[in-house]
Design a protein around this ligand. Sequence first.
Ligand code: 2AM
Ligand code: CA
Length: 264
Amino acid sequence: MVIASGLHNIMTAAARKAARALNRDFGEVENLLVSKKGPADFVTAADRMAEEILVEELSESRPGYGFLLEEGGEIKGTDPSHRFIIDPLDGTSNFMHAIPHFAISIALERNGELVSGVIYDPSRDEMFRAEKGKGAFLNDRRLRVSVRTTMETALLATGIPFMGRPGHAQFLKELHKVSQQVAGVRRFGSAALDLAWLAAGRYDGYWERNLQLWDIAAGIVLVREAGGTVSDITGKKPLDGTSILAGNEVIYESLKAELKQVAP
Ligand code: 2AM
Ligand code: CA
């Protein structure tokens, strides 16, 4: 049994509470799929409700901490050194289509550094968590990134740009290049879970462009604490979501080299 810190107990309890609301709403989405109106407005409301629950729970235990929220934007706290970075529903498109692959993502930033991350997958009841210097866990099991070191054996995750977003041609170049080298490429639609699954050794590498900090903040802590490497695609710029590249140390380097050959 692994004892979680007070902070993690607070973050995981908040995630579980928001997940109960999301699970109820997921059941309703399954009904709405066959209705004329469709589930879009309902899902937006579910997303907001989950975020409200998270903010309420976390503020109660850590009054003064600030927030960066997918839905609500920036909320300044009285304590300028701490802020929670939250995506209440990562994988919204999946949720809207009643595909059970979505997550709640909560990170804590202290003095500008990501120090803690929790990603909860309600459909599988998988709680991923990591704290700087204290390792990464899935439920009570310690996580390590995979030991696969050749591109031929590597399974990668990525994201495909969607309607209205830039970078479709660039993505196709990257996919064309990379998919010839590896065992497989997956696109499951939740950046938070892509990073959590990489930390768990399920994927060996991951890259994506045009994300936001809340999509990746908790996942960054998980990957690092599981012994993986994570940076932007070039390995040089700050990790704000503009692009992300992650992997076990070896696949990270191989993937970076491949992507460099088709750099914009
Ligand atoms: P979201 O579900 O919170 O929106 C998938 O490639 C990643 O892109 C997800 O983490 C997803 O986060 C994000 N994303 C943002 N807007 C999206 C959209 N309109 N369609 C699909 N994914 C989107
Ligand atoms: Ca997201």
